[in-house]
Design a protein around this ligand. Structure first.
Ligand code: NAD
Length: 257
């Protein structure tokens, strides 16, 4: 059990990658808080984990929600050792077609959410004397750009800057910060954008998958939930302070650094 007695908060854990990471952490002995805007699915996900998880309704763009959720975590489990800042959305348009409201919404969920959860967790990690680890859910889009994704690419690049800064500031307190950069994984976020991109680009959905999403992978394969959960476990369970300020690309070779 690589995470025995650790306490993790995973945002956006009612679905997709966050849910898979939460399941993996519980299997490794952690107590996990399933923090999500979607309270119903958060409760259902936590219920599957039979006492090892607590659902918390949280809009990561609300400072009050975030502070309340972190306080509940500390009250229920005695602290917080791991934060996985994962909640996210996707909106696809050419840059000139984005409304300002869409731009701000996307940046707020990815960047304000990462900042607010980090800000709320750090004092507990610092105070505990045990340090902690923060994992930001980046993307291959933390490294490269694609058409139709101006705010997403901007936000995902931004998370790398945040992780590097927290790695420096947190070092004295034993807090590490890293970024996971997955390729495309079949989750609701991706399943929604396939028809949307097909419509924007006037191509078939099959071509969106073959000629856009998987075009630059070495083997034409999607990354899986398990692949990303494995990377999240690697970062969380790393035994020393050496692994910090890094971004790990898990993408079937779509992007090689
Ligand atoms: P998903 O849609 O399956 O899950 C996202 C979760 O975030 C949902 O449960 C949703 O309710 C929650 N959420 C949305 N807005 C929120 C808010 N304001 N506050 C709290 N929770 C909120 O998507 P996913 O594919 O699992 O994506 C998770 C993360 O992984 C995102 O940051 C995404 O950008 C990133 N990512 C996904 C892929 C992929 O191919 N699926 C690839 C790279 C990175």
């Amino acid at each position: 059990m690589k995470l025995k007695d650790k306490v993790a908060i995973v945002t956006g854990a009612a679905s997709g990658l966050g849910r898979a990471i939460a399941q993996r952490y519980v299997a490794e002995g952690a107590k996990v808080v399933i923090a999500d805007l979607d309270a119903r699915h958060a409760e259902a996900t936590a219920a599957e984990m039979k006492g090892a998880a607590l659902a918390v309704a949280m809009d990561v763009t609300s400072e009050d929600d975030v502070n309340r959720g972190v306080a509940k975590t500390v009250q229920a489990f005695g602290g917080v050792d791991i934060l996985v800042s994962n909640a996210g959305i996707q909106i696809v348009h050419p840059a000139e077609a984005f409304s300002y409201a869409e731009w701000k919404k996307l940046l707020a969920i990815h960047l304000d959410g990462a900042f607010l959860t980090t800000k709320a967790c750090l004092p507990h990690m610092y105070k505990s004397g045990r340090g902690g680890t923060i994992i930001y859910m980046g993307s291959v889009h933390s490294k490269v750009a694609s058409p139709l994704k101006a705010p997403y690419v901007t936000a995902k690049h931004g998370l790398i800057g945040l992780a590097k800064t927290i790695a420096i500031e947190g070092a004295a307190h034993g807090v590490r910060a890293n970024v996971i950069c997955p390729g495309f994984v079949r989750t609701p976020l991706v399943d929604k954008q396939i028809p949307e991109q097909a419509a924007e680009l006037r191509i078939s959905e099959e071509d969106v998958v073959r000629k856009i999403m998987l075009k630059d992978t070495v083997d034409g394969e999607f990354t899986t939930l398990d692949d990303v959960a494995e990377a999240a476990l690697f970062f969380a369970a790393f035994p020393t302070r050496a692994l910090t300020g890094q971004s790990l690309v898990v993408s079937h070779g779509w992007y090689m650094q």
